[in-house]
Design a protein around this ligand. Structure first.
Ligand code: S3P
Length: 165
C-alpha cells in the first residue's frame, strides 16, 4: 500500500477520516498536528511565542519524515502552502477533503477543544479569504477530491479506499 495523504482546510475532517481509513486498511496512521503537539507543545501557544513561520519549519520537517512510512497521514490545513511541501506531495497519493467554507467555519466554531490560531478567533470573512487563497493549491495537489460536506465519515472513507486500493 502506498501512503495516503489527506489534505484540506481546517474542519475538513482530516483527523476523523484518517482514523476510519487506517482502521479499515489496518495500517499505521500519522496525525501531523498530534505529533507536532508532542514536539513543540500547544500549536496556538507556539504561534504566539515563535510565529507561524517557525511552526511551518517543524511541519515541513515532519512531513518529510512522515511520507517515508507506509501510513495514512492527516496533515494540517496549511501544509500545502510551503513550496517544499508541494514538491514532496506532488508524486504522492494525495486526497483532498473538500467542503464549503460555511460548513468548515461551522465545524471550526463548534470544535471547542482545538484552538486554531489561523481560524478560531478570526472573523468569518478572514477564514473565507484564507480558504480561497488555499483552495487552488489543494485542488492542484490532489489525485482524488472527496466532498465531505454532508456525508458520514464511513461513507467518505469507503470512497477513498475504493479509489486507492
Ligand atoms: C493550520 C491548521 C491546523 C494546524 C495549525 C495551522 C492552518 O491543522 O496545523 O493550527 O493554517 O490551516 P488542522 O487543519 O488539522 O486544523
Amino acid at each position: 500500500m502506498k501512503s495516503i495523504i489527506l489534505i484540506g482546510f481546517m474542519g475538513a475532517g482530516k483527523t476523523t477520516i484518517s482514523k476510519q481509513v487506517a482502521e479499515i486498511l489496518d495500517c499505521q496512521r500519522v496525525d501531523m498536528d498530534d505529533v507536532l503537539v508532542e514536539r513543540i507543545g500547544s500549536i496556538s501557544e507556539y504561534f504566539e511565542k515563535y510565529g507561524e513561520a517557525s511552526f511551518r519549519q517543524h511541519e515541513t520537517a515532519l512531513l518529510k519524515e512522515a511520507v517515508h512510512q507506509k501510513s495514512v497521514i492527516a496533515t494540517g490545513g496549511g501544509v500545502i502552502m510551503q513550496e517544499e511541501n508541494q514538491k514532496v506531495l506532488s508524486d504522492k497519493m494525495v486526497v483532498y477533503l473538500k467542503a464549503d467554507p460555511e460548513i468548515l467555519i461551522d465545524r471550526i466554531r463548534k470544535d471547542k477543544e482545538n484552538i486554531r490560531p489561523n481560524a478560531t478567533h478570526k472573523k468569518d470573512s478572514e477564514i473565507k479569504n484564507l480558504f480561497y487563497a488555499r483552495e487552488k493549491m489543494y485542488e492542484k495537489l490532489a489525485r482524488l477530491t472527496v466532498d465531505t460536506s454532508n456525508r458520514c465519515p464511513k461513507e467518505i472513507a469507503a470512497e477513498i479506499i475504493q479509489h486507492v486500493a
